[in-house]
Design a protein around this ligand. Structure first.
Ligand SMILES: [Fe+2]
Length: 183
């Protein structure tokens, strides 16, 4: 795995950004996601294997695809970010970008909702991917929200089975953190 510093990660964001405004917006959001993801990862680390460096750099880079997706909230920014990061030799970080949309997008979701994505699973699998997807949902812009607010958001946008998956990821993270606010 290629290892890069936080400074290099920010430089990568800058390299792919299109203007200062979008760069600052993505950077501020990503830093807020990073802070929360690292808090979670440090708790998880007490009882489980977790690569803190991957969480630290992956959270900074998870939205790098946004610069190339002009449509607001395009679900393709995960895939596009993954392509950028693979090109940069950052395979594990690419997986984080690809799988961070909501609690992941399955092949079935793509078929059912006729999403503009290749027909395969984009679902967080390793702990680091799960932590970043989860933390990203909890950060609205650059502010932290509650899991209740996250659920409300998904309930307005998607069907109940997706809300169940949101709850499942929350429960899984709670368990990894050694906590028990299950939904
Ligand atoms: Fe994103």
């Amino acid at each position: 795995m290629r290892v890069i510093t936080e400074k290099e990660a920010v430089e990568l964001l800058k390299k792919y950004s299109t203007n200062d405004e979008s760069f600052n917006k993505v950077l501020n959001h990503s830093k807020a996601v990073q802070k929360l993801a690292l808090e979670i990862a440090e708790e998880v680390k007490k009882n489980h294997d977790v690569n803190i460096d991957l969480v630290k750099i992956g959270s900074l880079l998870h939205d790098i695809g946004r610069f190339k997706c002009y449509k607001k909230n395009s679900i393709r920014h995960g895939l596009v970010g993954g392509e950028i990061l693979k090109k940069e030799g950052l395979e594990k970080h690419a997986r984080i970008a690809e799988t961070h949309i909501g609690v992941g997008i399955t092949k079935e979701d793509i078929e059912k909702q006729k999403l503009n994505l290749p027909l395969k699973d984009f679902v967080p699998e390793i702990t680091e991917e799960k932590i970043i997807a989860y933390a990203d949902n909890l950060i609205f812009g650059k502010k932290r929200g509650t899991i209740k607010k996250v659920i409300e958001r998904f309930r307005n946008e998607l069907e109940e089975s997706y809300v169940e998956r949101v709850k499942n990821l929350h429960n899984e993270i709670e368990k990894l953190r050694g906590r028990n606010s299950f939904l």
